[in-house]
Design a protein around this ligand. Sequence first.
Ligand code: F3S
Length: 398
Amino acid sequence: MYLTKEEERILKGEEGYAKQKAMEIVVALGDIYGADRLIRISSAQIAGVSYTSLGDEGIEWLESLGNCHVAVLATLNPASIDLESWMDMGVSQEYASKQFRIIQAYTRLGVKPICSCTPYLAGIIPRFGEHIAWSESSAVCFANSVLGARTNREGGPSALASAIVGKTPNYGFHLDENRKATVLINVDVKLETLSDYSALGYWVGKTITSGVPYFRGLKPNRSEELKALGAGLGAAGSIALYHVEEATPEYKDALIDQVERLNFSSRDLTETYDEYFKPVNGSVELVAIGCPHMSLSELEDAVKILKNRHVKKGCKIWFFTSIGVKKLAEKCGLLRIIKNAGGEVYTDCCMALAPLKDLGFKNVAVDSAKAAFYTSLLTKVNVFYGNLKNCIESVTEG
Ligand code: F3S
């Protein structure tokens, strides 16, 4: 891979140890994937934030990077606890202090402590065609597909390395030729809820596992549906880009002849719910909504269902969002209604990484296929799947 004089200097360690290590990572990736050069990025979104996934070794590694500083706007994926209201979650002081060390280590590097899987709802909106290095799979899908920005699905270390050098190797989804559709999905069923979109994404991810799906027959009305679709796609497979006919910005040039074709019918939708997930039932103690983090409009949806209802004794409803959206929800009175109904809104954190078992939960309901997949995998609680209304009604009474 071609390197400029300045890049070579960094690689030789002439600008310090941390920058050298970061350059080594991006150059190694570029060599592995056949990149011709490094390209500038406008932002990075870094996974590997929760203490649950990083552990003590991860903290020490981050702290060893010293006084190096990121070169571009960089934000974080969710942590495992609400950084302000962690005590309300019932988290121990010991766990919280480890989580804070991680956030402090990133902050020292100049990374903004915006811990969200929906940075595009927190004001970080890359422009069409802009190169970025994001790592959270649903955010990657949204940035590539809905915004038309360009990113590979970075790992935490490679996103951090790209943030430090301000560049990423020019391969994969940064190149026009890799953004064409590889499979046409004919959607033959009307999707009614965000969890339906999530289930469609999950089914496609499971079925094709990689490539670039092109959806025909989908009629999304709001970006939240595309957010849910991308999260499902990214969870069940390694998909990082999709196109929706008449809806996403690159669909016109995306479809080439001779792609594989698949049909998604009402039967597939029903089977996805039945085969992969357990339906919500009366045993649920915790409803966790917000995977990916909720938009203001999704919080409004929740409030419409919650109004005049109250969380049952012994149960909880947690809504997860970014700090910016929570502030907006507070301003327009949504937060008060949620609190009055007995619910909580948490920020900066991810339900699938929260120490749910240690907090005493056994049965948790979610409305996102991604949440269902990761929460059961990572937290080892029983996870049930339904739409927003089913979930909320399972732990509330009118
Ligand atoms: Fe976000 Fe966690 Fe879901 S990072 S997309 S809430 S699994």
